[in-house]
Write a protein that binds this ligand. Structure first.
Ligand code: UN1
Length: 493
């Protein structure tokens, strides 16, 4: 079995304590992926010190030169795409066609971040006074702590790490405890691309180690993707310690289908949105809001298609849906389905663990549809992070919008309609950071802003040009060439 180390200051090192943990394949618990460093506070101290030291010189490397190096990161991800995808599938379960897409997102992000290093535009404005110039430009913030989830273990960290480093910051990365191997891949790639020691540091381990990273006084910024519960705790700590913090948290995204929609298209959309990544996405479709005129017919057609989805090991060709990430996730799904049925939901399909043959070795649950869900029910409100779709009937378009917005989260929204008025009203009125028209709730592209409103985030947007608003601060410069004291607001009025 392979043994993996942390990557600190350009060196591969064990945890100071020598402690390790094992990671298993969620599709087959007999398959142990490897033994990883179980880092704690001492390792955080060393990694942050290394990132702090590296920042002194990395911030001075001209941004386009940093961009040249980031292009190499893109090249290496491209060369290793298929191999990394297979590692990811083995480590977290989603099928290979999905994990290849996950790696592609990092490739896109690397090239986009590289190109942005020639476009980190500042602004100039006229001064109030004669013989004085006002300019402003972006500067890196310093040491950034990056903490992410298991579900997009290359794509989502890349959204933070690559722009952060391109902008001149240094990074200490704590991947999910369920995907440490994908974390190791980042370190391998930064090493091969020739980045200076300490610019990128990897610490594998559990949540408690992440807390030390958040608390460390030399970490200026935390970029987090994960549950709302943990994100809000991180936000509290960052508030207390006055750190910059960007939070990407939960979702309870809905797809609305109106009578004018192309129903086949809407079914393709909900299948991909609800059951892709086994529903373990912050952008998963976990609510389906159907107009009353198509309600029963749509359910019928959908059931037929869901029952054809092939559950299994994502490494096997033809698998549509992989396992859940671990036993706890499986128990959680089971618990929510039980509550939904107790509260009056109608089971359309699924509703149980899959234990036939080899499926018994993994954390498999049948794709599940529960109909007649009302806005009072628990599965209408709470994020499940599993292959469970709650279906609700809308009496009208206005009712559909009201149901859509009756939600603590606001990441992505979707409507299927061929009515232009409904489309534009939905764009205007659905409370979400991302809205899709005639497309599912998933489908973000690396060069566009990504993030949500309400309980999903704290106002930041990753992806696109907006990610640089997180990972840079503004420096404003006044250059007075009048050779006299000019007092702003006083001498000119
Ligand atoms: C997430 O669920 O954490 O388009 C990210 C999308 C995906 C990214 C999802 N590419 O929704």
């Amino acid at each position: 079995m392979q043994k993996f180390k942390n990557y600190i200051n350009g060196q591969w090192v064990d945890a100071k304590s020598g402690k390790t943990f094992f990671n298993i394949n969620p599709a087959n618990t007999d398959d142990i992926i490897g033994e990883f460093a179980l880092s704690d506070k001492d390792d955080v101290d060393i990694a942050v010190a290394s990132a702090k030291e590296a920042f002194r010189s990395w911030r001075l490397v001209p941004a386009p030169k940093r961009g040249d190096m980031m292009r190499k990161v893109g090249d290496i991800f491209t060369r290793r795409k298929k191999e990394i995808a297979r590692i990811m599938t083995r480590e977290m379960g989603k099928p290979v066609f999905e994990t290849e897409g996950d790696v592609q997102e990092a490739i896109d992000t690397a090239y986009y971040a590289a190109s942005e290093t020639r476009r980190l535009f500042g602004k100039t404005a006229p001064s109030e006074m004669l013989n004085k110039a006002n300019i402003s430009f972006r500067v890196p913030v310093g040491v950034c702590g990056v903490i992410t989830a298991f579900n997009f273990p290359i794509a989502v960290p890349s959204w933070k790490i690559l722009p952060a480093i391109a902008a001149g910051n240094t990074v200490v990365f704590k991947p999910s405890k369920d995907t440490p191997y994908c974390g190791v891949i980042f370190a391998e790639i930064f090493e091969e691309a020739g980045f200076p020691a300490g610019v990128f540091n990897l610490l594998t381990g559990k949540g408690s180690m992440g807390n030390h990273l958040v608390e460390h006084s030399d970490v200026r910024l935390i970029g987090f993707t994960g549950s709302t519960e943990i994100g809000c705790k991180i936000g509290e700590t960052c508030g207390r310690l006055n750190k910059i913090c960007s939070l990407e948290m939960g979702g309870k995204n809905a797809q609305v289908v109106m009578p004018s929609a192309n129903l086949e298209l809407a079914i393709d959309g909900v299948l991909w949105g609800a059951f892709g990544t086994t529903g373990q996405r912050c952008t998963a479709t976990s609510r389906l809001i159907l107009h009353k005129d198509i309600y029963e017919n749509f359910l019928e057609l959908l059931k037929e298609r869901v029952q054809k989805l092939k559950l299994g090991d994502g490494l096997v060709e033809g698998t549509d849906v992989g396992p859940l990430i671990h036993e706890n996730a499986l128990n959680n799904v089971e618990r929510y389905v039980k509550i939904a049925l107790e509260e009056g939901g109608r089971l359309i399909c699924g509703g149980q663990r899959a234990i036939e043959g080899n499926l018994a070795k993994g954390f498999f649950y049948y794709p599940t549809i529960i109909a007649d869900v009302t806005h009072e029910m628990t599965i209408f409100k709470e994020e499940i992070f599993g292959p469970v779709l709650a279906v609700t009937k809308a009496e009208s378009f206005e009712h559909a919008i009201e149901l859509h917005n009756n939600c603590q989260y606001g990441l992505s929204s979707s409507i299927y309609t061929n009515d232009i008025t409904e489309s534009f009203m939905f764009i205007r009125d659905s409370e979400a950071g991302i809205t899709y028209i005639n497309a599912p709730t998933i489908g973000a592209e690396a060069h566009m802003p990504f993030g949500g409103v309400k309980g999903t985030g704290n106002g930041h947007r990753e992806g696109g040009w907006t990610v640089f608003d997180i990972f840079t601060e503004w420096k404003t410069v006044y250059i007075d060439y009048s050779n006299k004291l000019q007092r702003a607001q006083i001498d000119n009025y």
